[in-house]
Design a protein around this ligand. Structure first.
Ligand code: G4P
Length: 528
């Protein structure tokens, strides 16, 4: 008998992450998204309250009572008939390889842009990662309550730099002190903005139809300016095209202010309507479909010390097929071992709850005592390995040295294990006894020294080293690789898994080597 629950549950799921440059508004949007999601809806107290201040204290009370924290890694909430999973992408000091890898575990992304600034560096980097799977992107131009750059210029910048066509779904009416709201192009309605309502779900004033005289009453002469501007914009801009969106070639663009909680529901509506349902995942032996009856999932992130009181480590797994049931037996493919999973975690709006069931697109947390690694697959017995969960070339490097030189062996063991877990990467140059630690985010260096001390009892310190970047190197022709190995040995190292890596002192050096050795591939990512 086939299970009809799985396809039904799959069709409800939307799993996405936010990509943005620090300070663009990711945290604020997450907060508002939760406001629309279950968190405050369930309480049912906020909607319709007149005083914004009152609602704010409700929110803070809720946060205390239910332990809702916007720093939580995964949040699940119902919205408009769907079940939305929002995965956090660590952003500021906690930016790390996990941020990149989280993007391989989602089906779509919301890109948040500070409209006063435009496309910034971190966004460009994160977009590169989404390109690995051509992930569909929804765009939110944030901070419309401030003076912003010309909206057309902002969209041009996305098109030029990120190589994605822009299809405006809403269009802003003014900005800064003169921000009046947006025109929803597809719904043909104007939604008016009210100041100081950011802590509530607003009952917005909606005016149907651009020609509606109510619009002139509401915003005066600006109405005519808007009509003129829209004629221009609609003539020049791309129309929304669902297929192009699903291929990652076109992004629907929304305008609003996260702080004013204006426009966030428009994005959520768009995600629920257009974003892909949990997608099939490639594995070495076959494609795994979400509606397959047997359970499978892969680990994309391991978080140490989520609760500082219990030094537990949680492995985050994306469910890819079938159904997770509490107490089920899972097969840990790499270890060829069956494990009983009685206490997986789900992440309902910030509370760590015990999951009774979970479906494709959902994330569950497994307690991990050091046996689980990034990329590990869990199944109901089938031997398979999911692809597309790479390691990313680090961007920051330091030489690591022991205070007590007698503990070199422990240091190496600790570093190799931490690198297997995905916390950091370690490189051993072919020509020296140095140990180089590479990371994507700066906080990882501290984490590594802390964990080396508590878990491996070694005290290590860092020294600066002149390394700009690293690339994994491959060649079809063994002889050519051998020749390259000899000629460039001063720049070559082995990583934690003994993979040959080119350690470049500068980008110029890297580019020269790429030119000089055309038969060698220099890869920015590496699959286990
Ligand atoms: P992040 O997670 O992407 O880093 O951004 P976050 O939400 O923390 O927002 C960064 C700052 O921008 C915050 O100010 C936040 O209130 C503000 N912000 C977010 N959305 C909007 C918006 O729509 N309009 C305006 N005007 N501000 C917005 P903050 O915490 O007070 O930092 P700061 O202003 O003191 O630097």
């Amino acid at each position: 008998m086939s299970n009809v629950v799985i396809p039904e549950e799959v069709s409800k799921r939307r799993t996405f992450a936010i990509i943005s440059h620090p300070d663009a508004g990711k945290t604020t949007i997450t907060e508002k998204v939760l406001l629309f999601g279950q968190a405050l809806q369930k309480a049912g107290t906020v909607k319709g309250k007149k005083s914004g201040q009152h609602a704010k204290s409700d929110w803070m009370e809720m946060e205390k009572d239910r332990g809702i924290s916007i720093t939580t890694s995964v949040m699940q909430f119902p919205y408009s008939g769907a079940l939305v999973n929002l995965l956090d992408t660590p952003g500021h000091e906690d930016f790390s390889e996990d941020t990149y890898r989280t993007l391989t575990a989602v089906d779509s992304c919301l890109m948040v842009i500070d409209s006063a600034k435009g496309v910034e560096a971190r966004t460009i980097k994160l977009m590169e990662v989404t390109r690995l799977r051509d992930t569909p992107i929804v765009t939110f131009m944030n901070k419309l309550d401030r003076d912003i750059r010309d909206p057309i210029e902002l969209m041009d910048e996305v098109e030029d730099i990120l190589k994605m066509a822009c299809a405006p779904i809403t269009w802003p009416i003014g900005s800064g002190k003169e921000f009046k709201g947006v025109y929803h192009i597809l719904r043909d309605e104007v939604i008016l903005y009210e100041n100081n309502k950011g802590h509530t779900i607003q009952d917005s004033v909606i005016i149907k139809g651009l020609a509606n005289p109510e619009l002139d009453e509401a915003i005066g002469h600006v109405a005519d300016d808007l009509r003129e501007e829209l004629e221009l914009v609609l003539g020049a801009a791309h129309e929304f095209d669902h297929d192009a969106f699903l291929k990652g070639e076109l992004t629907p663009v929304y305008f609003g202010t996260a702080l004013g909680n204006f426009g966030v529901d428009h994005i959520l509506d768009g995600i629920v309507e257009w974003a892909p349902r949990p997608l099939p995942r490639e594995a070495d032996v076959r494609e795994v479909k979400p509606t397959d009856e047997k359970f499978s999932g892969f680990v994309f992130k391991i978080q140490a010390n989520m609760d500082p009181k219990h030094r537990d480590r949680v492995a985050f797994m994306r469910v890819c097929s079938g159904e997770y049931r509490q107490g089920m037996k899972m097969h840990h493919v790499r270890l060829n071992k069956n494990v009983n999973v009685s206490d997986a975690l789900t992440f309902m709006a910030g509370d760590r709850e015990r999951a009774a069931t979970a479906y494709p697109g959902d994330i569950i947390g497994l307690h991990n005592h050091g046996t689980i690694r990034i990329g590990d697959a869990f199944t109901e017995g089938e031997k398979l390995r999911f692809t597309g969960i790479p390691n990313f070339a680090p961007e920051l490097f330091r030489r690591i040295r022991l205070r007590d030189p007698l503990k070199q062996k422990q240091l190496l063991k600790g570093l190799v294990q931490l690198s297997e877990e995905g916390a950091v990467q370690v490189f051993r140059p072919l020509d020296s006894n140095d140990l180089i630690v590479g990371a994507v985010g700066v906080l990882q260096f501290e984490v590594v020294v802390g964990r080396l001390k508590t878990e491996y009892n070694v005290e290590a310190i860092y020294e600066a080293i002149s390394v700009a970047t690293a690339r994994w190197v491959y060649a079809e022709d063994e002889l050519k690789l051998e020749d390259f190995r000899k000629k460039c040995s001063t720049n070559l190292a082995l990583d934690g898994g003994n993979n040959l890596t080119y350690i470049a002192p500068s980008m110029v050096n890297l580019n020269l080597s790429i030119e000089r050795y055309p038969d060698i591939q220099f890869a920015k990512t590496r699959e286990n």
